[in-house]
Design a protein. Structure first.
Length: 445
């Protein structure tokens, strides 16, 4: 049947009654023609698709600055909770910047230590603006060392916000000085405004420098299992939820190194800015990513059940449920269009036994059979009995000892068995093989 697709398979619970090919039966059939009977049964339509086991989250922590991995507090394969400290990096450059910012903060004026003349005010303001600009540039440089674009953007937003706050304070100080020059404000007001601007500048410089140093303590952004280094190129990490509360600056994701090169960093080893240190993989809820052909995807709905087989676990079958289907397509290397279907993966077992199947690992190849439709108590015929005649699905039936073409409307269908909604009744004798040798009105011999 030409309209059946190779990806779709039918499992039918119901017997197809075929006349045995004995010498007596051959007397009633044309040469090469086989007869059978339409039956009642249950038909499941299965859409088969290739897929991959995926972890719901895999977050790679990278070094925000060059330094030394002084403490590696976990072992590969160890389970960690969200927020656990996993490693500490020592970066003399960032720590030096923080110490200098702390010293400047301690020396910042708090209402005094500013000039009394307006020309002195202008000079101090210019010097403070220059110091603030340098501090913001250093913070922006630290942000540029973050490898992940989203995390880099978050730190730069923090720098931009500090820059805007300081600009407003500096402008307020300038306005106060201009008011003194025009004789419409007191000198104490200008002193207070300039002191506030100086204090804000040093506080922001220290907070940004401290955030950069705090980022050297790598914490688990999610609960999961630790592996050293980054993720493989074929399995990009998901970094949602890495922005943590409490002032902890999140880490960025890193990529794997060149093939044949061990990119894991030992304790005490040098680490370059942006180098992946370790990855936390959340394996508590494994899923599947399936590629469903465009000709089948409209049959796949949320909640559809599936059976899964893994290349790595021959003989084992796993259960799965469709969670979502992507709206936008993907294009295969051969030019075909498919849609990514995401499924939740459950435990598996070996057929005919109570033995539990092994837990899959992310990245394993899978064959996914989605039960997209089912017809119960349905009239079924073999797919070989259906042919297209003048654009109409047709089945040859035996009527009063002669062959007659009956137009049919199909329901659930596949390679082996199809559901007939109209045109053929259960128990009716039909041609199940050699339909191309049958002529309308010919007598069944």
């Amino acid at each position: 049947m030409s309209r059946n697709r190779s990806r779709t398979v039918i499992i039918a619970a119901g017997l197809l009654v075929l006349f045995p090919m004995t010498a007596a039966s051959c007397d009633d059939e044309a040469p090469g023609v086989r007869l059978g009977t339409a039956t009642l049964g249950t038909v499941d339509e299965i859409v088969e698709a290739p897929g991959t086991v995926v972890a719901r989250t895999a977050a790679t922590l990278t070094a925000p600055a060059a330094g030394t991995l002084t403490d590696l507090l976990v072992e590969p394969g160890e389970k960690v909770a969200e927020g656990d400290v996993l490693a500490v990096i020592h970066s003399p450059e960032l720590e030096r910047r923080r110490d200098a910012a702390k010293k400047a903060l301690d020396q910042a004026p708090s209402g005094g230590g500013v000039p009394t003349g307006t020309s002195g005010f202008t000079a101090v303001r210019e010097r403070t603006d220059k110091q603030a600009g340098k501090a913001f540039e250093q913070a922006a440089e630290a942000a540029d060392q973050i490898a992940d674009p989203e995390l880099k953007k978050a730190l730069k937003r923090q720098v931009d916000a500090a820059r805007e706050q300081y600009a407003a304070a500096s402008e307020a100080a300038g306005a106060a000085v201009r008011s003194v020059q025009r004789g419409v404000a007191s000198l104490s007001r200008a002193v207070g405004a300039l002191s506030a601007a100086q204090r804000l500048q040093t506080e922001q410089a220290y907070e940004l420098a401290d955030a950069a140093v705090d980022a050297l303590t790598l914490r688990a952004p999610v609960a999961g299992v630790v592996q050293l280094g980054g993720t493989a190129p074929a399995a990009p990490s998901s970094l949602s939820g890495l922005l943590e509360s409490g002032g902890q600056l999140p880490q960025s994701a890193g990529a794997a190194g060149a093939a044949g090169v061990d990119t894991t960093i030992p304790e005490g080893g040098f680490v370059a800015a942006g180098a992946p240190v370790l990855t936390v993989v959340d394996t508590s809820r494994l899923g599947l990513s399936a590629e469903v052909d465009e000709t089948d995807v409209l049959l796949v709905e949320t909640g559809v059940k599936a059976r899964v087989e893994l290349d790595a676990a021959p003989g084992a079958t796993y259960a799965a449920t469709v969670r979502s289907t992507d709206l936008l397509p993907t294009t295969s290397a051969r030019g075909g269009v498919s849609y990514r279907v995401r499924l939740d993966l459950a435990a598996g077992s070996y057929a005919g036994t109570e033995e539990a199947a092994p837990a899959p690992r992310p990245g394993m190849s899978a064959v996914i059979r989605l039960s997209v439709r089912q017809a119960t108590s349905a009239v079924t015929v073999p797919a070989s009995a259906v042919l297209s005649k003048d654009g109409q699905d047709t089945v040859w039936i035996v009527d009063d000892g002669r062959y007659r073409a009956a137009g049919v409307r199909l329901g659930v269908q596949g390679e082996d068995t199809v559901q007939v909604l109209s045109g053929v009744d259960a128990g009716q004798q039909i041609v199940v093989g050699g339909a191309d040798r049958v002529e309308a009105g010919a007598e069944v011999r």
